[in-house]
Design a protein around this ligand. Structure first.
Ligand code: PEP
Ligand code: MG
Length: 591
């Protein structure tokens, strides 16, 4: 009989792959992110509610089963050794989510004991875990493990029953590798880069907002590394290669040496790239490309200053609203924007007004929701659609931006525009707020800051020539543009091969938006994640883009790519890419 180590206790090297998110190599012990969702107060329910509460439990169980089945399917792509470690555990979990003693007990506690599902599930799991531990026999370790498995599956159901807004990483030791099933963007915003050597999640896509945040943080990160959570234990030594998208647990001496060599090579490359800070981003035939920075979190500012960026092309203002219970008022917002504008020392700061909705949860705004829960939040009220429904939020933000404009050049950007009427309505509010501040003699920008729009829905790209009459600039958001055009979520796992900004359909929309913008004589930039990929820079230049905005750390590499090509060559690549049949053919061209 083949002996299998209990998952998580093996000392053998295990390899996992996922989306490469932010370059760099991290080596350190695993820190497992704790789930705050496990805090709940025991609650009794009325007999009349027991059917509804039972249904809530069944829904959470069904979600848990779906999660595990998805994980099981993903395991097929892992090396055999990693599969052998994890598969039996997933099967055990799935078994417990079938017609098991655990679920029968939890249901009885709801219908007979009138306990809320959260208490019922945890109490039943604790009772069964205690019973397993009380058994006698020689395999003590096995009993401890089984008891923990029962509690773990109950915790999963509980996580799906109660969803708390964010978790705390306060108890992590410096230099550890954060491993979590998934991170919400608001969770990622709480990560302090100096605390973690790397970040790994089992769920998550390449261009989701969590990925965007992690790139901004500059911590080596791999998302969507299926199976890693089951195999890792707190303290397990891990290597995270954010460039190759690889995670190694219990690395062999050889793997450790190789990782250290790559780390040294990376430091040499970074030193060479730093020398590019002051040279212009121009093609070999002297076409200047304006490289700007995206800002997700204020502490990126020093790094942006060092990156050689000419201003901020996209400041995602969501961070101001996340992880807090009350909304920041006009004064508080003014101060935050002003600090950023001052730090940029005369370079323009493009502030995108709150793009809230879809996967960006903003707790403080929970009272502001559209009403009925949306079954498809990415296709519902998001970005400008929500702001126009709650003009008080929009007005406060506009007023704060106008006031911050006294400290340096600011621009205003509208997210998720799909209809011309949204631009018209936004301008009306803009004028009203400007007049109000003027009347009150408030200190603010001398002239009206330009207001432009994100082109991130197919509708906006196709209507660009009309929208150009109502916008002073365009910024192409390739993340959402790809998601909405291909009907493929930007957080999809890598293996699905559905979400891909290099699809020629997306390139055509970028090109057409550029043509419309240039005809209307307004600047057009790209600020989605595609702009940060050095291999895509010649293509974007060839498609007519002269302004790219990306996370600060990407600027030197993109600059190096631009300085190596001529405009003629870029145009040839773009023409071939526009005529290509799929993203793979485009990738071949870029290679
Ligand atoms: C985009 O969609 O490409 C974009 C830049 O906006 P966000 O990633 O914040 O949705
Ligand atoms: Mg977007």
């Amino acid at each position: 009989m083949k002996l299998i180590d209990p998952p998580g206790t093996s000392k053998r090297e295990l390899r996992f792959s996922g989306h490469p998110i932010s370059p760099g190599i991290g080596i350190g012990p695993v820190y497992e992110a704790t789930e705050p969702a496990l805090q709940f107060s025991p609650r009794k329910i009325a007999a009349a509610d027991s059917a509804a509460e039972l249904a809530r439990l069944e829904e959470a169980v069904a979600t848990s089963r779906r999660q595990l089945q998805k994980l099981k399917a993903k395991l097929a792509s892992l090396p055999e050794q990693s599969q052998t470690e994890i598969s039996p555990l997933i099967d055990a979990y799935l078994h417990m989510l079938g017609n098991s003693r655990l679920l029968r007990g939890a249901r009885a506690r709801i219908s007979d004991g009138l306990k809320a599902p959260e208490s019922a599930m945890m109490e039943e799991a604790d009772a069964q875990a205690e019973a397993i531990l009380a058994l006698t026999g020689s395999d003590h370790e096995g009993r401890v493990r089984r008891a923990e498995e029962v509690r773990e599956i109950a915790r999963r159901v509980l996580r799906n029953l109660t969803r708390l807004p964010f978790r705390s990483f306060a108890d992590s030791a410096p230099g550890t590798i954060l491993v979590a099933e998934f991170l919400r963007p608001a969770d990622a915003a709480l990560i302090r880069p100096e605390k973690f050597a790397g970040v790994v999640t089992a769920e998550g896509g390449a261009d989701g907002h969590t990925a965007v945040m992690l790139r901004a943080l500059g911590v080596p990160a791999v998302l969507g590394a299926a199976g890693v959570l089951e195999a890792a234990q707190p303290g397990t030594l891990a290597i995270v290669d954010g460039e190759a998208g690889e995670v190694i647990l219990n690395p062999s001496g050889r793997s450790l040496e190789a990782a250290k060599e790559r780390l040294a090579a990376r430091s040499r490359t970074l030193r060479a790239l730093a020398r590019l800070q002051r040279v212009p981003a121009e093609t070999t035939d002297h076409v200047l490309i304006d490289l700007q920075a995206n800002l997700e979190l204020p502490f990126e500012l020093p790094m942006i200053a060092e990156s050689g960026a000419h201003g901020i092309g996209l400041m995602r203002s969501e961070f101001i609203f996340m992880n807090r219970e009350t909304l920041p008022d006009e004064d508080a917002q003014t101060e935050i924007y002003r600090d950023i504008v001052e730090a940029m020392d005369g370079d323009p700061v493009t502030i995108r007004v709150l793009d809230w909705g879809s996967d960006k949860e903003v707790e403080a705004l929970s009272g502001y929701t559209a009403g009925a829960a949306e079954s498809n939040p990415a296709l519902g009220l998001r970005g400008i659609r929500l702001l126009l429904r709650h003009p008080d939020l929009f007005e406060t933000q506009l007023a704060a931006i106008f006031r911050a404009g006294a400290a340096g050049p600011v621009k205003i950007m509208l997210p998720m525009v799909g209809f011309l009427r949204e631009c018209e309505a936004a301008w009306e509010i803009y004028e009203r707020v400007w007049r109000r501040l003027k009347r009150r003699n408030v200190r603010m920008a001398e002239s009206k800051p330009p207001m432009g729009i994100m082109i991130e829905t197919p509708a906006a790209a196709l209507a660009a020539s009309h929208l150009a009459k109502h916008a002073e600039f365009f910024a192409i958001g390739t993340n959402d543009l790809t998601m909405y055009t291909l009907a493929a979520d930007r957080s999809l796992p890598m293996g699905t091969k559905l979400y891909d900004p290099l699809e020629p359909t997306i390139l055509r929309l970028i090109y057409e938006t550029g043509v419309a913008g240039h005809a209307a004589k307004i600047p057009v930039s790209v600020c989605g994640e595609l702009a940060s990929r050095p291999e895509a820079a010649p293509l974007l230049v060839g498609l007519g883009m002269r302004q790219l905005s990306m996370h600060g750390a990407a600027i030197p590499r993109v600059k190096r790519a631009i300085r190596a090509v001529s405009l003629r060559h870029c145009r040839e690549i773009a023409a071939a890419a526009l005529a290509a049949v799929d993203a793979d053919s485009v990738r071949l061209l870029l290679d």
